[in-house]
Design a protein around this ligand. Structure first.
Ligand code: FES
Length: 246
């Protein structure tokens, strides 16, 4: 991790913002296309695309059920403290990088900074997206367990590992969230003064350890969920069968 950080510091300062712009734009477009134009997300009886979990029936044949689900994880990511830093730099160049790296290239004077205003006030509802995302992650764990039973009996396929990897990384991302850290113990000044204080302190410390790598979980889980949907879409298109491992 330290070597990755050291290596990225040697790159020109604009590489980071441009990479984030490209990746987030591509992910946003892909999600939109899936949500608007795809109805089918279940391969046989055991693999469900994470974009469609929990499984909901759409009231209209022309409307994808993903529309009723995707707003939760997308809202969670859009209001995430880490992604906010990343996309403010990438899309708005405000600032484009830290001062030493961007060498004062910020288009607006820092003295004129007024905080997150107008539409960005909605970022304050991040904690509510967290609650919704915890529910979604619970359904994804259920789908991961279902994937261990292809055709009704126990078995492991590549698809099983894809869904399992996805839900593990999404859990690491969700439970390393700054709002979750605050929820479990960050809102207390004195643990010995509250009931269950010791358990809260231990939970807070555990979440704090996860939280150090929050940006890593953010990117890995983004690629995992994207790969899981692409993999299931390739199976549905009949490009190949899901290989059995066990
Ligand atoms: S701060 Fe990133 S998900 Fe909450």
């Amino acid at each position: 991790m330290a070597s990755i950080t050291a290596a990225t510091k040697k790159l020109p300062w604009w590489v980071g913002p441009i990479t984030v712009t490209v990746v987030l734009t591509a992910f946003g477009i892909y999600s939109l296309v899936v949500a608007l134009f795809f109805q089918d997300a279940q391969y046989q009886d055991y693999l469900l695309s994470p974009f469609f979990s929990p499984q909901i029936s759409s009231p209209y044949a022309w409307l994808s059920p993903a529309v009723f689900v995707l707003w939760i994880p997308l809202g969670f990511r859009a209001t995430c403290y880490y992604y906010r830093k990343a996309y403010y730099r990438a899309f708005f160049w405000d600032p484009p990088a830290c001062e030493s790296r961007a060498q004062q290239r910020e288009p607006r004077s820092p003295e004129n900074y007024n905080g997150e205003r107008a539409l960005f006030v909605l970022n304050n509802i991040h904690r509510y997206f967290l609650y919704g995302s915890i529910v979604v992650v619970a359904f994804l764990w259920y789908e991961a367990v279902v994937s261990f039973f292809p055709g009704g009996g126990f078995g492991i396929t590549v698809g099983t590992l894809v869904l399992l990897t996805n839900v593990v990384l999404l859990s690491l991302y969700t439970f390393s969230c700054h709002s979750f850290r605050h929820l479990v113990g960050g809102n207390k000044n004195c643990y010995s003064c509250v009931s269950g204080g010791d358990a809260r302190r231990k939970t807070f410390n555990a979440v704090s350890k996860l939280n150090i790598r929050h940006s890593l979980w953010a990117w890995l889980s983004l690629f995992a969920v994207l790969f899981a949907d692409v993999y299931i879409r390739m199976l549905l298109a009949g490009w190949f069968m899901d290989p059995t491992i066990l």
